[in-house]
Structure formats: structure tokens, C-alpha cells
Design a protein. Structure first.
Lengths: 226, 226, 226, 226
DNA sequence: TATGAATGAGAGTTCATTCAT
DNA sequence: GATGAATGAACTCTCATTCAT
């Protein structure tokens, strides 16, 4: 007692909040500098402590980075899921999911998620634990997609396509487009990415969808001929 | 014979062949250990020389890695393009392209391409030159796809979809699926990836395609309902 | 006791004393091997630590060397000033100053100052910070000389020569002679150097001075004819 | 034959002129970068050849640098001596010598001599051969001074001071002032240096000399009171 | 819990020098 | 005589990690 930091920490134990603080700091640094160039000293500096303390909590740099990965995925999933759940109608949910992917909310307090994913994939190539975490994340995500599909099929919005296969295809498409955006490819901007993925969903699931810029005209998706 | 590049290398200066040898060694090491963990000493060891020689030729580790990226993309493009060109019929060409992507020939003498791409994307996030090279590569690739589409439309095989948009969507889908394969995700094996992407192409371009495992039955793609 | 710096060091933080220890070690190594051949490893070895610690304290080899330069000049200045202040009479002070220059006390615990100055000049040719430090040192030194001149003029010991100009000329002469001694030129030994510079001062400032070896004879300086 | 470079070399043997070319190139590089930072590759580049050739001619970097030192001193001595010899009258010769020291001719084709001397002194601290060469140079130079003094004494221009002692003192003064100029000390510009040294000579040798800026007034040197 | 001090194990890069041609 | 290729031996600096306090 007498240590205001501990008092301020609030709901959890002092140690836990310090840990979280460090993980969050790590995530910020990773987002900025990439996994390869993130040093323990950077994280410590950002959290306002010493490198030794970071090691004290995580024992290894590796552990710290993996924890940061977990945090990133939790934050992302929660954010996406919440947004999607707030919308009604299967097609509208898909659209919300797409928007979250390509136009993440700026008010979220962790930066530049897009770059992080690609970097994270690269890391998971050689780090088993990261690979596991990432795979779970993708599985969760595909499950969410499949559930929306099932829901849409139940209401008759969607045609009877295999939900698992669609989820796989759809999330792959989103990932592929997200990569291009993260890499700043001039051929793919967020709007294009939304249009393409929504067009794919509409064509595959058999619901009617008119791209925003064509709304009011007779034309449909680039992929659905009249 | 018939491969003029090899011929040129043969009578070229010794220095050039040494360079290529080193780039190739670098590519192998990168494929095995990833960019982040590739050391000059590794490359030198693999090429049977000293680290100093590597610097002698490339001045900088960075230069070496970037050259390796170039080589990877050239090898890959050449291989894919040649295989595709050997087939006739637009749909068949697309299929060949897909196969090359997910089931690259084992006889090609550079290893584990899939992991390399993801790693390369990550690198291009913070390395301008790599980003440039990568972007050119993607542009080339999309052009090839678009050309096949145009060709298929000319023969009436494909329906009149926007070729550029299709190319963007298609290559994003391939990339997304390739990532899952590279990351060894149990939900996506090469066969599934082929089926999904060919299904997408068939549905979008409006040609008839029956997945191999259903050939002989009445069923079509998972995405094309009867 | 009576030396407050030592007292301060005693109760100062361990880090500070370590720093000083390293700077002192650096100075010793520099004096022995010269700036060009001084390696971080040498300094670390002399201080009984690891090269990494040296970097930990100074960040850069360059910083370390510059600090060593500062130390050298402080030690030298303090030593010279103290000796000079202990003597009374303007001419006697000048003589003490000269002696300090050409016959530095052997009991001072930093070695071979003469070689260091020349080496330091060479370094200051291309190292701005060293140049600055050196220049300040020279300015301080000239000020001391000029003050002695003013003092001597006040008492009537010296004739009304411009103190600044004399200081410039006098310190240049001392430097030039010191170089010859540092370079071990057979034409200039410390005694000669003392005689020459004292002769110059006597002739210029118009006080009577008899070279030691001629004391008791009628002759004066080589420069002052009867 | 058939090699035009050999033909162009002209008067000496081909090998010798190549050598000289390299020494000259070395001198230029040394003047620019200092001894410590002069690399064989720099010299080779400046001479338009390969490092290997430099080694071929000099065997060691050290040899090359020492040769460059010799060249520097020869060029300098020749230039100074020639200029001095062109003037008549002992005092005028001294003045010419002083001017050469502080205001070297810009048309001489080797650059920035001032910095070189200090650098050379530093090198001679630890390089016996350079030390020897330098010492000979200084001895030669003092002899020249002493000769002028003797000459002046013969004509009655100068008073009967010990010529050797004067030479030692005078060259030390010039060196000391030259150092300040080389180090760009704001307290000593070439004009001041000339004035001081000429004032010293006039006062010591007992000839009348009026500093340029006071010419026409009644005042004399700062050191010679009325 | 927290940290400053300390270090070992590299990593990249430099550069004089060697040598086959 | 001339050089491109090659290398060994350093050297500086980095950084995760340890440890005494």
C-alpha cells in the first residue's frame, strides 16, 4: 500500500495489470516495427519500465511476442464479432464482417492491424505456438462465417451451399485481398476489396446485392451478368 | 537447349555465375530459415565460400536478400507461365495455373515456395525495394490472368466479366488459399484449394467444370447449385 | 582531503565511478597506442570488463575517446594551474608553467602526455567535438598566460606588451617545442626547451633572467646580447 | 608495346612513373582523409587502378604511406627553398620563409598541407621510419634557417645570436603557430602568425621590422617597445 | 516487484593482403 | 605489369538475458 500504481490498477491483481500493460506495449511496438525489429528494450521503453522487468514477467522475448499475438487476435475477434452481431440479416452481417476487415475502426486503440497479420503469418511459419494460436483464430473466424451462412439458409436468404466450404473460400478471399491492402498495392483499395468480396458472396450464396456505386442503376455485380 | 538464359550463363563471365550461385544459395537459405534468421554466414557456407565474398558481390545483406526475392519471383513466374502456355483452352489454362500455385512441381530446384511468399510479404512491409519488386510481380501475374480471361471470352468459353476485376479477385483468392496451405492449416489442403478456386472461376466466368472427385456423377461444384 | 572531487567520487553512485574508471582506462590506452590503434576491447581489458560494458556507458567508441580527451585536458590543466598558483612572482609563475610543460611530474598517474597532445591534434583535424574541446583548452591556457602577464605588468616586473598577443606567441612556442620533445627530436631536449622559452619570455617581457647553466656567470640568454 | 599508357609515361621507366603516380595519389588521399582513414582502395581508385597493383608496387600499406610522407616533405622543402632563394637580404628571406609556411601557394598541386603536418607528426609517434624521415626534414629546415642567420650576421643585418639556438626556437614557433592555423583556431589567423613570427625574429635578431598594418606609423612590433 | 549493471554470443561489415590468370 | 576474385582476421556494435540489490 502507498503505491498508487497498484491502487490504480483496479480490478485485477497488480501483477496482472502490469503484464497486460506490457503485452499491449509489445503489440504496439510490433505493429510499428514488425516482429523482426521489435526489441525488448523498445517494449520496456514504451511501457515505461526496464527490459529486465519484461523478462521477469515473460521469461523470454518469444513468450512476450506470442502473448502479444494472442492479444491482437482477441482484440480483433471481439471487435469484429461485436460489430457483426449488432446487425440483423445474414447478408448484412457478412457485409459488416467485410467492412470490419477492410475498414477497421480507427477508434480502436491498437494500430495498423493490417500489417500485423501478414507479419504474424510470417512468424507463425517458424514458431509453433504462434502457428497454433493463429490457426485457432482462423478456425473461430470460419465458424462465425459458417454460422452466418447456416442462419441465412434457414431464413431462405442464402441458397444451400456447403457452409464449411464457403467459409474456407470466403475467408481466403478476404485474407488475400487484405494482404494487397496491407502491402499498399495500387490495384486494390478497400472499396474494391469490399465490392469484390461482397460480389463473391452474393454470387455464391445466391442473394441479390448491388454494389454501392451502382445502386439505383440496373447493373449488378461485375461477376453477375444480367 | 532452347533456353537462351542458360546458354548466356554458360559463356558469361565467371563473376556472374558466382553471383547467381550466391543468390541461389541465399534463396535456399531464406526458404529454409526465413528472412529474419538468414545470416550472411549461412549463405556463404551454403555456397562454400566466405562471408566476405558475399559482401564483395552484394555490398549489403539487404541487397543480397532483395536479389534473392527477384530470383524467386522470376523462377516462379517462368515456371508458372511455361506450364500454363503448354496447355490449350482458356479454362484448362486457368486450371494449370491453379495447380502450379498449389502443387508446385517437386523437380524445380528451389525449395518450399509457399513459405517464402508469406515471408516475402512480411518483408515487403518495411522494405521499399522488396515492396516494389513484389508489386510488379503481382501486376504481371494479374495481367496473365486477365489475358486468359480475354482469350476465353473471345472464344466464347467465358462470359463477359470484367477481366481486371476478375484477375484481382482470383489472384487474391489464390493468395489467401496459398497462405493457409503454407501455414499448414488443416482446413485447407491443396486439393480443396484447387477445387475452391476452380469452382470460383467456373461460377464467375460461367463455364462448366466438374470437380475431379465428382467426375462421373451428376453433381457440380459446391458453389454451383443445380 | 582538501580535494573535493575525490570526496565527491567517493560518495557518488557506483555507475559514475565505473564511468570514470573506463575513461581513465581509455586515456591510458590512448596514450600507449594512440587514438588510431585504440580498440574498445583494449580499454575494456584494461578496466577489467567486457567491451559491451564500454558501449553500455558510452554508446560509441567515439564518445569514449572524446571523453578521454576531456579528462586529459582537465587533468593537465588542473595540474599545471595548481603548480603555477603555488609560486609567487609573475616571472616565476611563467617559469613554473614552462617546467610543467616540458617536465611534467612523474607522479601524476596518467602516462606520456606529450605524445597524447600531438595525437589529439591530429584527431581534432577530423572530429568536430574533439576540435571544440581542444580549442577551449587552448583558450583557457592562453587566458592563464595573459593573466600572468597583466599581473607582472601591474607590479612593474613586465614591460607593457600586449598580453593577448604574447599569450598567443608564447603558447605557440611552447607547443612547437613540445612537439619536438614528443617526437624525440635530438635537437630539442627539455632543458633546451625551457631555456628557449624562458629566454623568449624574458626578452619579450623585458625581465632579467639568467639560464640555469650560466647562473653565476655574466652571460644572459642566448637571445639577449649584452 | 601497344599499351599506350606505357608510351605516355614518358621520361622515366614505365614502372617508376606508375609508382610516382601512386605515391602522389596516396598523398592526395592522405591530405583529404588523414592517415588513419586512408585505405589502399582509395589510393587505387584515385590513381585509376586496382588495390592489388598498389600492393604490387609497395608491398605494404605502410610502405606506401611512408613514401607519401617523403614526397610531401620533398615537395614542401623544394617549394619553400626555391621561394626563399629567390629573395635577397637575410631578413627578407626569413619573411619569405614565414609566408610560405602560413600562406602556402595555392597553385602547388598537392592540397592542404597544414593538416598533413599534424597528422604526420601523430603518425611519426609510432612509426619509426616516418619519425626518421620527419626528423631529417626538420633538421634540413633548421639548417636553412641557421644559414640565413649566419648570412645576416655576416652582412651585419643580424646581431650575433647563436644560429642553432635561434633556428630551433624559430622553427618551433612556426610549427606551433602552424598547428593553430591547421586546427582552425580563431585566435590565430595567417596574418597574426606572420606578424608574431616576424616580430620574434626582429626582436631576437635585432633588425628593424614594421608590421604591414602599422607601416607608415611610428609603432613597431608588439614585442618591441619604443 | 523492479532495476541498473554486466555480459556472452554473435552479426554485419571493413580491409589489407594473396593469388591465379 | 595488372587485376578480379577471394579470404582471414579484426572490430564495432546489438541485444536477450542474468544477477545482485
Amino acid at each position: 500500500m502507498g503505491d498508487e500504481r497498484t491502487a490504480v490498477d483496479g480490478d485485477g491483481s497488480a501483477g496482472d495489470s502490469r503484464r497486460e500493460e506490457l503485452v499491449r506495449a509489445a503489440l504496439e511496438v510490433i505493429a510499428e516495427r514488425g516482429f523482426a525489429d521489435t526489441r525488448i528494450a523498445d517494449v520496456a521503453a514504451r511501457a515505461g519500465t526496464s527490459p529486465a522487468l519484461v523478462i521477469y514477467y515473460f521469461e523470454t522475448k518469444d513468450n512476450l511476442l506470442t502473448e502479444a499475438v494472442r492479444l491482437a487476435e482477441d482484440l480483433w475477434y471481439d471487435c469484429g464479432y461485436r460489430r457483426m452481431a449488432a446487425v440483423s440479416g445474414a447478408a448484412a452481417r457478412l457485409e459488416e464482417m467485410i467492412c470490419t476487415t477492410f475498414m477497421p475502426p480507427a477508434d480502436v486503440d491498437f494500430p495498423d492491424l493490417g500489417m500485423l497479420w501478414v507479419d504474424l503469418w510470417a512468424r507463425s511459419l517458424r514458431h509453433a505456438e504462434v502457428a497454433r494460436v493463429r490457426q485457432e483464430f482462423d478456425a473461430r473466424w470460419r465458424t462465425v462465417i459458417a454460422e452466418v451462412v447456416v442462419e441465412g439458409q434457414a431464413t431462405g436468404e442464402f441458397s444451400p451451399v456447403d457452409p464449411g466450404e464457403f467459409a474456407t473460400a470466403f475467408s481466403a478471399l478476404l485474407d488475400g485481398l487484405a494482404v494487397q491492402i496491407a502491402l499498399d498495392d495500387p490495384a486494390v483499395d478497400p472499396e474494391t476489396a469490399c465490392r469484390i468480396s461482397m460480389g463473391f458472396a452474393a454470387a455464391t450464396l445466391g442473394f441479390r446485392w448491388v454494389p454501392p456505386e451502382l445502386a439505383g442503376t440496373a447493373a449488378g455485380s461485375a461477376f453477375t451478368e444480367s
